[in-house]
Design a protein around this ligand. Structure first.
Ligand SMILES: Nc1ncnc2c1ncn2[C@@H]1O[C@H](COP(=O)(O)OP(=O)(O)OP(=O)(O)O)[C@@H](O)[C@H]1O
Length: 292
């Protein structure tokens, strides 16, 4: 058995229930959801609107509590990550970048490290400059304000901030949303090279099929309150379900799928330790809210 097969998953979600509201207002978003992500994977999380994709990312980040079940990240309950600990273990790129508008680029990137108050300012500054360079920005961009940046630059700054503490796990919420096709291709290329160089494990939510096919080593489909099917893009497309047919086989999907075999990255090439494990189909046993 290879080393990566034996090591604990980076993300391990077991028997997850997510419930909002109470009484008549109660809404079950996830019901006995199971999901694992192993080191080096880029897992695309797809599903209809309101199926709880963003909530699942927030649970991996420890920002949202589950009603029941386990969300473990790097072997620890995500809820215990704590604000300071989280940035060194999990980086999150929020939709639209979400920069602090009153802070410069440098201040935005340095923010998680500065908040820790453990490093002197010059080291924080150096670390932020390294990350800016890593995402393809120039030293002169450090003093700019968010309002002066293009959409693509905002994403890069937000990515630099997510990576400031070298987290092994990167969560991306709609990484290419709002970018034009060129900007989107450039950002995908950047994510691909960072994944390879830094040996990152990535979970991303995306509605963009070009992004999905260009980046993901595995797709997990959220439907019927759980991960209904997971596998390579090709395997998932072959699964019969109304959401999958609508999502992948509509005109948009057919267009994006043309280069599927040309552009889907070879997981072994992306990360030499990646063992290519995927679960072709996950069918958890159904339980009621009390686990019976
Ligand atoms: N804190 C909260 N309190 C109450 N309801 C919430 C909360 N957070 C999310 N929800 C609800 O949970 C559901 C799932 O939300 P989520 O944002 O994860 O959906 P999504 O799958 O990311 O959808 P989309 O693709 O439209 O962004 C939605 O109906 C949302 O309104």
């Amino acid at each position: 058995m290879s080393a990566s097969r034996m090591e604990a998953p980076i993300v391990d979600i077991h028997g997850l229930w997510t419930v909002f509201g109470r009484g008549k207002e109660e809404v079950v978003i996830h019901q006995d959801l199971e999901m694992t992500v192993v080191r080096g994977e880029i897992v695309a999380l797809v599903g209809g609107s309101g199926t709880g994709k963003t909530v699942l990312l927030r649970q991996m980040l420890g920002l949202e509590q589950a009603a029941k079940g386990e969300v473990k990240v790097l072997g620890q309950p995500a809820a215990r990550l704590g604000r300071a600990g989280a940035a060194s273990r999990v980086g999150m790129l929020f939709q639209q970048g979400a920069l602090f508008s009153a802070f410069s680029v440098m201040e935005n990137v340095a923010f998680p490290l500065r908040e820790l108050r453990t490093l002197p300012d010059d080291l924080v500054y150096d670390a932020a400059m390294v990350k800016l360079q890593m995402v393809g920005l120039k030293p002169a961009d450090a003093l700019k304000m968010p309002a002066d940046l293009s959409g693509g630059m905002v994403k890069r700054v937000a990515l630099a901030r997510a990576l400031i503490m070298d987290p092994p796990l990167l969560l991306l919420d709609e990484p290419t949303a709002g970018l034009d096709p060129n900007g989107s291709d450039e950002f995908v290329a950047l994510l691909r090279s960072l994944h390879k160089e830094l040996g990152l494990t990535v979970v991303m939510v995306t509605h963009d099929l070009d992004t999905l096919f260009a980046l993901s080593t595995r797709v997990a489909v959220l439907a019927e309150k759980r991960v209904l099917v997971t596998g390579t893009p090709g395997e998932v497309v072959a699964f019969k379900h109304p959401f999958i047919e609508h999502f992948f086989l509509g005109e948009r999907g057919r267009r994006a799928m043309t280069p599927i075999h040309d552009t889907a990255p070879d997981p072994d090439a992306l990360n030499p330790d990646f063992d290519g494990v995927h679960r072709a189909f996950v069918e958890p046993t159904q339980k009621d809210a009390h686990g019976k």
